[in-house]
Design a binder for this molecule. Structure first.
Ligand SMILES: *[C@@H]1O[C@H](CO)[C@@H](O)[C@H](O)[C@H]1NC(C)=O
Ligand SMILES: *[C@@H]1O[C@H](CO)[C@@H](O)[C@H](O)[C@H]1NC(C)=O
Ligand SMILES: *[C@@H]1O[C@H](CO)[C@@H](O)[C@H](O)[C@H]1NC(C)=O
Ligand SMILES: *[C@@H]1O[C@H](CO)[C@@H](O)[C@H](O)[C@H]1NC(C)=O
Length: 279
C-alpha cells in the first residue's frame, strides 16, 4: 500500500519533470518561433514620394499565419497566405497602398503626405503549433525637404588669436525645421559655442516652410596653417543634409598682408563664392 502511493508520487514527479523538460526542449528548439525580426524604412521621405517599408523575420519551422501593418494603432495592410487574395487593404484617408508591390515582407505607400508621419508597426504571427506573434516598429517622417543651402553670415573674415569669432547660420527652409550644427576644422561645436537665436517661416513650393538660425561665438585660439574652416550643416533626420563652408584667414602682419593681397587674384574670390554663400 505504502509502496504503491510512493510509486504514484514518483510517477507524478517523473511526469512533472518530463513535462518541464518538454517545454524547455520545445522552447529552445521546435518552439523557437519568430526570430531575427526587423523593420527597415527611411527615417524621412519627401511629401508626394513613395516609401517602401520592409519587414524581415525568420519563422523557423512554423508556417506564416499573418503579417499586419499599422500606422499608429490603425491597421492598413494585411498579408494572409491562407486567404485569397493574400492581401487586404484597410482604407484610411491618405494611406495609398501599392498592392502590386506589397507582400509578405514589404508594403509600399504611394504619394505620402505630411500627416502620414507616424510610428509604423509590422506584426507577424506564426500558425500552429507556436501561434507566436512579434512586433517591430519604426518612425517615418514625411517632410518638405530643404530648399537650398544654409546661409552663413560672419562678423568679419580676418582674425588674430584671441579675437571673438561671431557668426550666424540660417537653415534652408524645410518642414519641420532642420537641425543646425557648426563645425570648426571638422570639430563639432557644442552648445557652449552654438546658440539657437530665432525661428522664422517662409512660403516655399507653395508650403509653409521653417528656418532656424543658430549663432556661433568662440574665441579664436587655433589656426590650421593660418586658416580656419567653418562649416554649418543643416540636417533633417539624417536623410536631407546640406552644408555651407567658408575658410577664414589669420590676420597677417602688415608686410605679409600686403603680400597676400598681392597674391590673391579675382579667381580665388570666385572659388570662395562658389563654395559658400557668405555675403
Ligand atoms: C539572424 O541573423 C543573423 C545575421 O543576419 C544570422 O547570422 C543568424 O543566423 C540569424 N539567426 C536566426 C535564428 O535566423
Ligand atoms: C546674428 O543674429 C543676431 C540676432 O538676429 C543679430 O543680432 C546679429 O547681428 C547677427 N550676427 C551676424 C554676424 O550676422
Ligand atoms: C563643449 O566642448 C568643450 C570643448 O570641446 C568642452 O570643454 C565643454 O565641456 C563642452 N560643453 C558641453 C556643454 O558639452
Ligand atoms: C534634431 O536632433 C535631435 C537630437 O539629435 C533629434 O532627436 C531630432 O530628430 C532631430 N530633428 C531633425 C528634424 O532632424
Amino acid at each position: 500500500m505504502r509502496m504503491c502511493s510512493l510509486n504514484k508520487i514518483a510517477n507524478l514527479i517523473k511526469n512533472y519533470i518530463f513535462a518541464t523538460c518538454c517545454v524547455t526542449l520545445l522552447s529552445t528548439s521546435k518552439c523557437q518561433g519568430i526570430s531575427n525580426m526587423s523593420i527597415t524604412m527611411p527615417a524621412a521621405v519627401a511629401s508626394g514620394e513613395s516609401v517602401k517599408m520592409t519587414c524581415t523575420y525568420n519563422l523557423g519551422t512554423d508556417p506564416l499565419y499573418t503579417v499586419k501593418w499599422y500606422k499608429g494603432s490603425k491597421e492598413f495592410f494585411r498579408y494572409v497566405p491562407k486567404e485569397l487574395p493574400h492581401t487586404r487593404v484597410f482604407p484610411w484617408p491618405g494611406i495609398n497602398v501599392d498592392v502590386s508591390q506589397s507582400g509578405p515582407n514589404q508594403v509600399v505607400l504611394r504619394d505620402v503626405q505630411r500627416y502620414l508621419s507616424d510610428k509604423y508597426r509590422c506584426e507577424v504571427s506564426a500558425d500552429a503549433p507556436s501561434f507566436h506573434t512579434k512586433i517591430v516598429s519604426a518612425w517615418l517622417h514625411v517632410v518638405y525637404p530643404p530648399i537650398g543651402r544654409p546661409i552663413l553670415s560672419l562678423e568679419k573674415r580676418h582674425y588674430t588669436i584671441g579675437d571673438k569669432l561671431k557668426g550666424n547660420c540660417t537653415s534652408p527652409p524645410s518642414s519641420p525645421p532642420s537641425n543646425v550644427t557648426w563645425y570648426l576644422n571638422d570639430k563639432w561645436m557644442n552648445s557652449s559655442f552654438a546658440r539657437s537665436l530665432d525661428d522664422d517661416y517662409e512660403i516655399g513650393r507653395g508650403h509653409k516652410m521653417r528656418t532656424t538660425t543658430v549663432g556661433l561665438e568662440l574665441e579664436v585660439n587655433s589656426f590650421r596653417v593660418g586658416k580656419m574652416r567653418i562649416r554649418c550643416v543643416a540636417d533633417l533626420y539624417g536623410v536631407f543634409r546640406t552644408s555651407t563652408e567658408t575658410i577664414l584667414d589669420e590676420e597677417k602682419p602688415r608686410l605679409a598682408s600686403i603680400l597676400s593681397t598681392f597674391s590673391s587674384s579675382p579667381n580665388d574670390d570666385e572659388v570662395l563664392d562658389e563654395k559658400c554663400s557668405v555675403k
